[in-house]
Design a protein around this ligand. Structure first.
Ligand SMILES: *[C@@H]1O[C@H](CO)[C@@H](O)[C@H](O)[C@H]1NC(C)=O
Length: 629
């Protein structure tokens, strides 16, 4: 045992050779913090998007990367899909061998608050695994929603005194049996799950206060999130289209969290690409529920870099992040078009009705878009003061920035985005973003996701084949293909610098900007270069790049998918969770649109959503799985 764990830690050290070991103060140990139930850092992880993973190894990069950033445990969000247990087993196994912790977060979109036994028995199934997070020596669990759940019955079914911190809501759930509660509202909002409106505006701190008042001395788990944008149109059955104001939220919120010092925080999320609040890599293996339309070429890894020194400070109850910054780094983000750009003619939602039972569907620009600014946000994490130069298109701003973590916000302009830091007249950091701000609608869409970059540049992080599978479905332009198009930066094989963009960030013009300040830390992320590739079935010259033109149910998935997969894959839509591609080449032309959308039968899992939507809308709506909705 000892030998194998030494061996494993050797292997993982090699895997992370590129990572800079933090030189700031050592954080308080997980053991000490978990025993006290204080200063714990979690990150929400969607199991529902990774049904195509085939081994525990598919989780290793996520586990190592999160641990390296200081995240203590992943909150594994589960529904009731057929692959859930398979994936939980992989995740627990990978966590154990990477010295990470995990716990289950029950998603009550799928679980029923009336069925406490199902929740408890699922907890029991994983409770004794080595990677299970214990808090106060008790098995930890959480949820998304779930008010009304009988928590005593959960514990009875679990057979253990679960430390339960569900996402119950003040005034709705009962506090009697819980240990604490988790607040999901990580974004400024209107009190009704949409962006603030005049006269209806709640800050994230307002949510903190509502929970703290309600909880008394029970544990509060506070949310932290960078962004929110979702843009599903009639091409899927779960159409939704809105934003919450992101802006400088992640920087502001981390500073607030350090001041307030909550006992637990949960980052929302690692891999919810559909709502654009992922801080994990695009290359983390997952299938495409349609989100690739706005996530392709849009890495967010800089937000994990940004979080890292704040996590270290938070764990040590430090209210300043300054001494956790050990390397200079610039992190920047912006939207790739200005809010005024009109994409109505080609957008997937503009002028296009879709199912709106959820009340979350809007046509055209996402609901709440007016709350987003046309701005470039730049956070400097500096060991010493410097001069920051930001060139957004033709607009150049130069600004003195102090040591520590600092935010500078400048107006966004169309063109190249360039950043440089100099000291004493010498440039110490400089790069041009791989993503320009453009006046062309990307893939014809209102894409209000954020592009996040860093100087020095991070690793090349393309979506994998599965993560791109639905990109073109429902698009109204033909200029967009399902391939990553950002340059490799740095090149995957070469060692250092070079590549793209070494344009000089021309200083000269200086306008004024406002500065806010705080502190900091850093690290460049390990080099990834991992994409899922399932063994492609040997058709004659089976290049993996060819579209799929035949398939069946994926290994381990129910044969109930077979007909749907066979139909959909033959036309090039072969979602890798439920289906597997068995031949490649030119896909057939699907039957004309039936004008009706399809939904899974009640009780069927997420895996049916895209398939029923695609199949029924083309006239094949098998009654054993789907219905018209
Ligand atoms: C969808 O429902 C919400 C809530 O009722 C409403 O505000 C919105 O306008 C609806 N969307 C469309 C496209 O009708």
């Amino acid at each position: 045992m000892l030998f194998s764990s030494v061996l494993l830690s050797f292997v993982s050290t090699v895997g992370l050779a590129a990572v800079v070991t933090p030189r700031g103060p050592a954080p308080s140990s997980l053991e000490a913090r978990a025993a006290a139930g204080d200063r714990l850092v979690f990150c929400h992880f969607m199991i529902g998007i990774v049904g195509d993973r085939t081994s525990a190894a598919d989780y290793d990069d996520d586990m190592r990367r999160a641990k390296e950033a200081g995240i203590d445990a992943f909150a594994l969000n589960i529904g009731v899909d057929g692959y859930t247990d398979q994936q939980l087993n992989y995740a627990y196994e990978s966590a154990a061998r990477n010295d990470m912790k995990v716990f289950i977060s029950f998603d009550f979109n799928w679980y029923s608050p009336g069925n406490a036994a199902a929740v408890g028995s699922k907890i029991a199934q994983y409770a004794s695994k080595p990677a299970q997070l214990l808090v106060n020596d008790r098995v930890f669990a959480s949820s998304f929603a779930g008010d009304g759940l009988d928590v005593d019955a959960v514990r009875a079914a679990a057979g253990t005194d679960v430390f339960f911190v569900p996402n119950f809501h003040p005034g709705q759930g009962s506090l009697a049996a819980v240990d604490g509660a988790f607040n999901w509202m990580a974004w400024p909002n209107d009190g009704n799950n949409k962006a603030p409106k005049p006269g209806k505006s709640l800050s994230v701190a307002d949510g903190d206060n509502a929970y703290l008042d309600w909880l008394g001395d029970k544990t509060y788990m506070a949310p932290i999130s960078p962004w929110f944008f979702t843009h599903f149109g009639p091409e899927v059955s779960f159409s939704k289209n809105w934003v919450f104001p992101g802006g400088s939220l992640i920087f502001d919120r981390w500073n607030e969290v350090l001041q307030k010092g909550f006992p637990m925080v949960e980052l929302i999320t690692w891999n919810d690409y559909g709502e654009s609040h992922y801080i994990g890599p695009l290359s983390s293996p997952h299938y495409d529920d349609g989100n690739s339309k706005w996530t392709n070429d849009m890495p967010h890894n800089g937000w994990l870099d940004l979080s890292k020194p704040f996590i270290a400070a938070y764990k040590n109850k430090d209210t300043s992040v300054d001494k956790y910054i050990t390397d200079d780094q610039i992190i920047y983000w912006y939207r790739r078009t200005l809010g005024s750009l009109d994409c109505d003619a080609t957008d997937t939602t503009a002028g296009r009705p879709a199912n709106n039972d959820s009340g979350n569907y809007f046509q055209g620009r996402p609901d709440g878009w007016q709350t987003l600014e046309d701005a470039v946000y730049v956070v400097t994490l500096l060991t010493e003061p410097g001069t920051l130069t930001i060139a957004s298109g033709d607009q150049v701003v130069e600004q003195e920035v102090p040591a520590g973590a600092n935010l500078v916000k400048v107006p966004a302009a169309v063109g190249k985005q360039r950043f440089s830091l100099s000291r004493g007249g010498t440039v110490v950091l400089q790069d041009t973003s791989l993503m320009d701000i453009s006046n062309v609608c990307p893939c014809g869409l209102y894409n209000f996701n954020a592009y996040v970059g860093t100087v020095p540049a991070g690793f090349n992080d393309p979506l994998g084949e599965h993560g791109l599978a639905s990109l073109t479905i429902g698009l109204h332009v033909t200029t967009c293909s399902a391939t990553p198009s950002l340059g490799t930066n740095p090149p995957t094989t070469a060692t250092t610098t070079a590549t793209a963009s070494t344009t000089t960030a021309g200083p000269i013009t200086t306008s004024t900007t406002s500065t806010t300040s705080t502190s900091s830390g850093t690290t460049s992320a390990p080099s990834p270069s991992k994409t899922t590739s399932e063994p492609t079935q040997p058709t004659s010259t089976s290049e993996p790049d060819l579209p799929c033109n035949g398939g069946t149910n994926a290994d381990g998935e129910t044969g109930n998918y077979a007909g749907l997969c066979s139909f959909a894959c033959s036309y090039g839509y072969c979602p890798p969770g439920p289906c597997k591609c068995t031949s490649r080449g030119t896909p057939g032309t699907p039957p004309p649109p039936s004008g009706r959308d399809g939904c899974p039968l009640p009780g069927e899992g997420d895996g049916y959503k895209g398939l029923c939507s695609f199949a029924c809308s083309h006239g094949y709506c098998p009654e054993t799985a789907c219905q018209y909705c």
